[in-house]
Design a protein around this ligand. Structure first.
Ligand code: NDP
Ligand code: 8X3
Length: 259
């Protein structure tokens, strides 16, 4: 039997675009209370309004920079005034900055990737755990990547932080064993969101090239997987999911119409 999301409290980080925004819409349709955070408040406001329209029990948005401990703690203090318990945490905020080789890498890009994908996930999880311990059947979904499983040229730090995400997910599952909290990693391959536009610093031509000649994943594919992971019965933990578009057989082998 599936767990219903009706009236459940769901917090998604990085919900102003891409997987996070689509995840919020999906959880809203299932009747959950939605709490979303990111740095771009105008985007969040629009997505929270969509969530209300879509059937959310309630929808709340606040500014959140996962790269900053004070911002994370203030956000979660706000969350605690809304609810004494959290049912689903989706650690989604993050992304890649640049695609330089190690030899050409920039400190600012490396630091941004470590801060958001790695330390951000740690900070948010630490702050949220008191709302989840004592709530068996609650679910932590960490958004990893195929890049955390297989490294590629120009991906050293991004691949590194997503590999770290796997280790953090495993450690957390061990630490929480006996609490009934499920911890899993959801690892997408090539997906067309704002990811590449951010990675290539707004260069749309470079970003579009990543998806040229193939049907990439879209945010909805990943949002559906989030819902599936969170609605398994409490005795079922989805440890890991890897989802790729059919054209991507492996990180270095994608079939394109231009091939
Ligand atoms: P998008 O660029 O579309 O969305 C990224 C989201 O993360 C935005 O809402 C952004 O919000 C938020 N974010 C980034 N940094 C911070 C921060 N410091 N604090 C709070 N929010 C932040 O990309 P995706 O939806 O594709 O990416 C979501 C996750 O999925 C990332 O972790 C990414 O690494 C991962 N992923 C993406 C894949 C892809 O091919 N698209 C494949 C595999 C994994 P804002 O800028 O408003 O703060
Ligand atoms: C995003 C997928 O292959 O562009 O995590 O790194 S990839």
């Amino acid at each position: 039997m599936n767990t219903s999301l009706k009236g459940k409290w769901v917090f998604i980080t990085g919900a102003s675009a891409g997987f996070g925004a689509e995840g919020a819409r999906h959880f809203a349709r299932a009747g959950a209370h939605i709490v979303i955070g990111a740095r771009r408040l105008d985007r969040l406001e629009a997505i929270a309004a969509e969530c209300k329209q879509a059937g959310a029990a309630s929808a709340h948005f606040y500014e959140l920079d996962v790269a900053n401990t004070e911002s994370v703690n203030a956000f979660v203090d706000g969350l605690k005034t809304l609810t004494p318990k959290l049912d689903v945490l989706v650690n989604n905020a993050g992304g890649a900055h640049g695609a330089d080789t190690v030899a050409e890498g920039k400190d600012a890009d490396w630091e941004a990737m470590v801060q958001s994908n790695f330390l951000g996930l740690m900070r948010v999880t630490r702050a949220c755990l008191p709302l989840m311990v004592g709530n068996p059947g609650s679910t932590i979904i960490n958004i990893g990547s195929i890049a955390g499983r297989v490294a590629y040229e120009g991906g050293s730090v991004y691949c590194g932080v997503k590999a770290a995400e796997k280790s953090i997910t495993q450690s957390l599952r061990l630490e929480l064993n006996g609490t009934g909290i499920r911890v899993g990693t959801l690892d997408p391959g090539l997906a067309e969101t704002e990811f590449s536009l951010v990675r290539f610093k707004g260069d749309a031509a470079k970003s579009n090239k990543i998806y040229e000649g193939l049907d990439p994943l879209v945010a909805e594919d990943i949002a559906e997987a989030m819902i599936w992971m969170a609605t398994r019965p409490p005795h079922v933990c989805i440890d890991e999911i890897l989802i790729k578009c059919t054209a991507q057989a492996a990180i270095h082998k994608t079939h394109r119409a231009t091939d």
